[in-house]
Design a binder for this molecule. Structure first.
Ligand code: DGI
Ligand code: FE
Ligand code: FE
Ligand code: FE
Length: 188
């Protein structure tokens, strides 16, 4: 298994400096959220280090991995920007020896979310929305909500993604709706 330092070295070398800076922001934020909400901070940090590991993979390579392995074939019908999450979890296991299901699932669902998101899924997904380098309309509101509730922060995050996709007339991966609806039900 890779040490924390080995992971950092290998992953940082695979991405442009800006994406590594984003990853460092997600690491820091995921650790804070984990401490606040009672998740394992070391695991949250490992998931954060790896969450965008496949972000710069060539589309054809991601496509081949989805096609030839046990990944959701549905992904191929939706936006390519979703693919790096499931492919990233696959790579974390195959190339980095990550066996921990909590970490692998947090990577796998960090973009789409899912029904029944675990505490670790929520921490990593929300950290990805609000890390200090993020700047999009509404991000400060999501940061504020995140101080009080993982679920409220994530609902606002998914709502902002869904609104953006709607405004661009893009196709939306149904799992994002299911994740958002399920979080609202969890609060009822
Ligand atoms: O990898 P990051 O840029 O750090 O962030 P991410 O993994 O959350 O999202 C990647 C992009 O995917 C995001 O800008 C919106 C886009 N996207 C395209 N279709 C969908 C989608 N995101 C979600 N949640 N659902 C979609 O259907
Ligand atoms: Fe991502
Ligand atoms: Fe990210
Ligand atoms: Fe407050």
């Amino acid at each position: 298994e890779f040490s924390r330092e080995e992971l950092i070295k290998s992953v940082s070398e695979q991405m442009p400096a800006m994406r590594w800076k984003h990853t460092q922001g997600v690491m820091e934020t995921a650790v804070k959220l984990a401490e606040r909400y009672g998740a394992d901070p070391a695991k949250a940090e490992r998931a954060a280090i790896l969450h965008d590991v496949a972000k710069y993979w060539p589309v054809k390579q991601m496509e081949a991995i989805i096609r030839d392995n046990d990944l959701s074939k549905d992904l191929l019908l939706y936006d390519k920007s979703l693919w790096h999450a499931e492919v990233g979890a696959f790579v974390a296991k195959r190339d980095y020896g990550v066996e921990d299901a909590e970490i692998l699932d947090a990577i796998k669902y960090h973009t789409s979310g899912r029904i029944g998101m675990t505490l670790m899924d929520k921490v990593v997904c929300l950290a990805d929305y609000i890390e200090p380098g993020r700047d999009f309309p509404g991000v400060n509101n999501i940061r504020e909500l995140a101080n009080h509730s993982l679920e409220e922060g994530l609902i606002a995050g998914f709502d902002s993604t869904i609104s953006l996709l709607v405004s661009r007339r893009q196709i939306i991966y149904p799992l994002t709706f299911f994740a958002r609806n399920d979080l609202i039900k969890q609060l009822e």
